[in-house]
Design a protein around this ligand. Structure first.
Ligand code: PLP
Length: 456
């Protein structure tokens, strides 16, 4: 097969089912219905191989923050490939794009965070986190502090450490995870798990699960707590206002590191550069990826607070850790250009002042639909809870089937949203226009109507 050959959708689907092992996909169903082949994209729209235009309400996988088709990013990659397509940063080497990128990210991060370790992805970033926090406590003379506390239903990646730090039971069941030294507490998911408590009461309850776990394990055994500011893949779970202040109090009391996973929330999604700034957190480590390059090239990293970096540098000697593609020059050049676009076009500011208020007020209307129990959101993140009974929050039987039904109807009608169980979630590009937000909400309403008809 010649690389330039144009293949029909059917042929692509046949080859796909025969040869391509996809992430997070049931391959048997690929053989039956064939993958949707996405061929091109521009702005906030995708086009599939049948010519259908689809509004991408998920920005790919929460990553295409500046939208598709930005030629500046392609040009930055092309220029860097001609200049220096690859070199590493091992053994006291560096190159201009990675150095400049580290400095720019440090300038955007909270003031006490001035160093960045680069990785190829968010999962690698979280593997790096695990090694860094354990190394930190060894160097501090507290080698017992090894356990990391995470949350049930968290997502922190798919590598062995990433999936273990995550709290997704179906992932743990495949491959005997989590690895030792990682434990999970309740998530601050009021709508799903708050019972009779009001949100603030529940937020305090969920935060105090952390304190209970620290006491159970012994504070001299606990290295860190890891959490996203807003749990993304778990279903856009927005903690009640009481949650984060109480978590901060507990971590301070027991001297435990805070790892804030910014892989989704970072680079403008909440209307601040980082979700930590939105919630006024003081992280010790911040894993990043996705919006860092707007997904145009793979890249991740860990932003490290001075407290941790100084210990690693002053007392640690060589840190035996790194990836061939840590700080890859082409990815770094694209990330720099992506940051320039976000900054020069005032995209983060515009999210905060204009687009997030617009998205949130418009999606709030969906709560009037008879299938919708709650609509929630922060910045350019949103979630729609699908229920059988709005008053009692009773779910549909056969968990997940209504979410999947609505998601499939949305795609068939030109809108990508994701279903997490019976919660529809969205995370559109940060450059979506108010008119396109109307299109998103109108299509979502129409598909909820179609789903209600089917459900009877
Ligand atoms: N952390 C969070 C919060 C994520 O949402 C993801 C991916 O969705 C990851 C880590 C893993 O990132 P990657 O898929 O780049 O390995």
């Amino acid at each position: 097969m010649k690389s330039a050959e144009t293949l029909s959708t059917r042929r692509l689907q046949e080859l796909d089912a025969a040869h391509y092992l996809h992430p997070f996909t049931d391959h048997k169903s690929l053989g039956e219905r064939g993958a949707r082949i996405i061929e091109r994209a521009d702005g906030v729209y995708l086009w599939d191989s049948e010519g259908n235009r689809i509004l991408d309400g998920m920005a790919g996988l929460w990553c295409v923050n500046v939208g598709y088709g930005r030629s500046e990013l392609a040009e930055a990659a092309y220029k860097q490939m001609l200049e220096l397509p690859y070199y590493n940063s091992f053994f006291q080497c560096a190159h201009p794009p990675a150095v400049k990128l580290a400095a720019e990210i440090a300038a955007l991060a909270p003031a006490h965070m001035n160093r960045v370790f680069f990785t190829g992805s968010g999962s690698e970033a979280n593997d790096t986190v695990l090694r860094m926090v354990r190394r930190y406590w060894d160097l501090k003379g507290q080698p017992g502090k090894k356990t990391i506390i995470s949350r049930i239903n968290a997502y922190h990646g798919s590598t062995v450490a990433g999936a273990s730090l995550g709290g997704m039971l179906p992932m743990h069941e495949q491959g005997d995870l989590p690895i030792p030294g990682i434990v999970h507490i309740a998530q601050p998911y009021w709508y799903g798990e708050g019972g009779d408590m009001d949100p603030e009461e529940f937020g305090l309850w969920a935060a105090r699960q952390l304190e209970a776990k620290i006491i159970e394990l012994g504070e001299d055994q606990v290295a860190a707590f890891i959490a996203e500011p807003i749990q993304g893949a778990g279903g856009v779970i927005i903690p009640p206002a009481s949650y984060w202040p109480e978590i901060k109090r507990i971590l301070g009391k027991y001297d435990i590191l805070l790892v804030v996973d910014e892989v989704i929330c970072g680079f403008g999604r909440t209307g601040e550069w980082f979700g930590s700034q939105y919630y006024d957190l003081q992280p010790d480590l911040m894993p990043i990826a996705k919006g860092m390059t707007s997904g145009y090239l793979p890249m991740g990293g860990v932003i490290v607070a001075d407290r941790v970096a100084d210990t690693l540098i002053e007392h640690g000697g060589e840190f035996f850790h790194g990836y061939t593609y840590s700080g890859h020059p082409v990815a770094a050049a694209v990330a720099l250009e992506n940051l320039r676009i976000l900054r020069d076009e005032g995209i983060v500011e515009r999210v905060r002042t204009e687009l997030a208020p617009c998205l949130q007020s418009k999606i709030a209307r969906l709560a009037e639909h008879r299938l919708v129990g709650e609509v929630r959101g922060v910045g350019m993140l949103g979630a729609i809870e699908l229920v059988r009974n709005k008053q009692t929050r009773e779910r549909f039987p056969d968990k997940g089937s209504t979410g999947t039904l609505c998601r499939d109807l949305c795609v068939a009608n030109g809108l990508v949203m994701r279903a997490v169980g019976d919660t529809l979630i969205m995370s559109p590009p940060l450059v979506i226009s108010p008119a396109q937000i109307d299109e998103l909400v109108d299509t979502a309403w129409k598909c909820l109507d179609l789903a209600a008809l089917k459900l009877g």
